[in-house]
Design a protein around this ligand. Structure first.
Ligand code: HAM
Length: 408
């Protein structure tokens, strides 16, 4: 019988990847906190209706990629394909929409999409995201974009920012009508997905990745040329804030995003270093979603970074911290060295070996575990109440009274 393997498109995160993963989440969280966001965790399993209503029935995510099943209580449930819908549900369920207060949350966790796996595209992947509720000012959009830039800068990740405005309830429907009137003339030559989208959500046709469709779409009216006065003004302000904060961007009027809830600002951070799945982060404004899901109308804006896509781009800056390794060279010293390790762990990172080993073996294990200070007890140390210490970085060695050893 062959061994059980992980499912296709689902990966273990171990060794160097897990080091980078935690390094990323810890530091991105710190940056999000600097911007006034606090941590939120919502369930991975939600009612299917939540995603159908928010991500949208016309999206590929809902149409083709949901991990959807009926649970033992006959509930139609779904593993979350993204984080925004659950956060919005939580916002409404806890009546934050009624208070009108600003809420800023960040989250990290697994998302599930039944896509065809390839480099940078998994069926279970992790996002680091943030959602801000209650601010209609375009400064909040800028705030979010600058925060993502700060995150990428911290990790030394190069990016290109693509920016668009999708308009609002005033101008988007007129634009859609205008677009449909042009699309129907070429629909025979469009792919099956595009034909379907003319009916369900015509702006999605604009970001079709199929070359023959792209060619046919070059003459379509541009979304950014059809914005109402207010959307135009906000878009200009956003561009101005970004420019004044030294953030370069490229306007991509075909950037409509694969989820249906956006209005006004939509953006993506892409990389040329990670292959065809080049989007590292995406987000935008979704002012109608809270109301659409039954809450009181509340403006909102957010983003999510795909953690797996950026792991290989992270420049790790190891902190020079002391990591201790405790071991005994005699069976009688184990109890004493174990107690010392427990004491150290109150404020230090420390490993402890449970069996008696030779000096050389201890040094080898310590190195493999990534420790840089080795603290050992042998026959002599046991007799004299001392401890032998070696700093693996400087090679310095000393033996000191056990009680005096509080760390280096
Ligand atoms: P999204 O663009 O669908 O947006 O996903 C955000 C990021 O997740 C992508 O840019 C990509 O890096 C990563 N990602 C998506 N699918 C996969 C996959 N199959 N494998 C690996 N990584 C993937 C959202 O999910 C929105 N909820 C973002 C948002 C938050 N908008 C407003 N608030």
């Amino acid at each position: 019988m062959s061994n059980i393997q992980s499912l296709r498109g689902m990966k273990d995160i171990i060794d160097d990847d897990s080091k980078l993963f935690t390094y990323f989440v810890e530091n991105a969280s710190k940056i999000a906190k600097n911007y006034g966001f606090s941590f939120i965790s919502t369930p991975m399993l939600e009612e299917t209706a939540l995603f159908k209503r928010s991500v949208g029935e016309s999206s590929d995510i809902v149409n083709k990629e949901m991990y959807q099943f009926i649970d033992k209580g006959e509930n139609d449930v779904c593993l979350r394909p993204e984080g925004t819908a659950g956060v919005v549900r939580c916002f409404i369920q806890n009546k934050f929409d009624k208070t009108g207060a600003t809420k800023r949350w960040f989250y990290t966790g697994s998302m599930f999409r039944y896509e065809r796996p390839q480099k940078g595209r998994l069926r279970q992947f992790h996002q680091f995201g943030a959602e801000s509720f209650g601010q209609s000012s375009v400064y909040e959009d800028a705030n979010i974009i600058i925060m993502i830039k700060d995150i990428f800068d911290f990790f030394g990740i190069k990016y290109k920012l693509l920016l668009n405005s999708l308009g609002c309830l005033e101008c988007m429907p007129t634009y859609k009508q205008n677009l449909v009137s042009k699309l129907v003339n070429i629909q025979e030559d469009l792919c099956g997905d595009c034909k379907r989208r003319i009916e369900t959500n015509p702006i999605r046709v604009l970001d079709c990745k199929i070359e023959s469709c792209k060619e046919l779409l070059t003459d379509m009216p541009k979304i950014t040329h059809n914005l109402c006065q207010e959307c135009n003004k906000d878009f200009d302000i956003l561009k101005d804030i970004l420019t004044k904060n030294n953030i370069s961007f490229e306007i991509d009027s075909n950037l409509v995003r694969g989820l249906d809830y956006y209005n006004k600002t939509a953006f993506e951070f892409v990389s040329s270093e990670i292959g065809s799945q080049s989007a590292m982060a995406g987000g935008g404004r979704y002012d109608k979603l809270v109301e659409f899901l039954g809450g009181k109308s509340t403006p909102a804006v957010g983003f999510a970074i795909g953690i797996e896509r950026i792991l290989e781009l992270i420049k790790y800056q190891p902190q020079d911290e002391n990591i201790y390794y405790f071991g005994s060279m005699t069976p009688d010293g184990i109890e004493r060295i174990f107690a010392k390790a427990v004491e150290f762990r109150k404020s230090n990172k420390a490993f402890v070996e449970y069996s008696s080993k030779s000096f050389i073996k201890h040094l080898n294990i310590a190195e493999k575990q990534g420790a840089n200070i080795v603290a050992l007890i042998g026959e002599d140390e046991l007799k004299n109440d001392t401890i032998f210490i070696k700093d693996l970085r400087t090679k310095e060695e000393k033996t000191i009274p056990l009680n005096n050893f509080k760390g280096l």
